[in-house]
Ligand binder design. Sequence first.
Ligand code: GLA
Length: 362
Amino acid sequence: MTVRYAAPGRVNLIGEHTDYNLGFALPIALPQRTVVTFTPDGGDTITVGSLRADGAVRFPLATAPGQVTDWAAYVAGVVWALRQAGHPVPGGAMSITSDVEMGSGLSSSAALQCAVLGAIASAAGVEMDRIEQARLAQRAENEYVGAPTGLLDQLASLFGQPSNALLIDFRDLTVAPVTFDPDGHGVVLLLIDSRAPHRHVGGEYAARRASCERAAAALGASSLRDVWDRGRAELDAIHNPIDARRARHVLNENGRVLDFVAAIGDSDFVEAGRILTASHVSMRDDFDITTEHIDLIADTAVRAGAFGARMTGGGFGGCVIALVPDTRADAVAQTLRRTLLSAGHPRPVVTRTRAAAGAGPG
Ligand code: GLA
């Protein structure tokens, strides 16, 4: 019997590089989805084809890290993680379609993983709660693909709800929907794709993570969340100045997530925008994960009339989001295209977006 399962990409509204520090973040699921069609055949291999790739990839169910690379590693990684956890995985043929832009920092990889996981679990009749699904997908990404990422992307893709953002507490692993419907208040969430690709498998993400772990250890804490909970920054006690700046970003960013939730709860989009911009500045100056190109996009959006703007996702490229009064949205988009082109950058792709549903039968 053929099954279909779909999972969306995500935009993180705020709370960047907080997930592996057991802090807070506030993502939404995007309307763009990856759809997996799976037909089990009783064999002991999986063949997977994607409209985006030339030729299908075939691997044994008993696959191990290192065997499959590139995009199909996310598929094989999910198979590996499911089997490691003792779940049955049927062999068969899989095909993938997606309108989640790849390499734009919109979590095309989490969308792929969550759709594959849902399709296999449905075909095998396995019931798994969504937190467990997120953990399995994370394990696949960490140990099979080799990217030391946190749980943000998978939780966003699995738990998304229309008109809601998700307040995630990564220590307790709780996900609370928070109404996020700026359109209802004449405000638009603009998604600005820089067209500068980004990747996590590279060393910068891992370096940031190591810096945060060193900073927590220097303060005798098991995570920067514990430092935040103590209610004081204690950053002076971190002797490595770079680690101290990285930790300052994480501690301040946790506070900004909660402040942003309060602002949107009051429908105060001016304040919400101010907090977005403060997050961008912190990623630029303390966490060092933006680029001049991305800074130009965020600055231009604000100068052109956005309430605020920030890079979203892991960093070093990808997308910027901006909260903009509806009446200014077209002008902001035009100014962005003009300014970026005249500075010698690719023409950014500017779209209006909104919170959409999470993974489910497609
Ligand atoms: C990437 C990772 C996430 C998270 C973000 C930064 O998207 O996959 O786990 O760390 O970067 O917030």
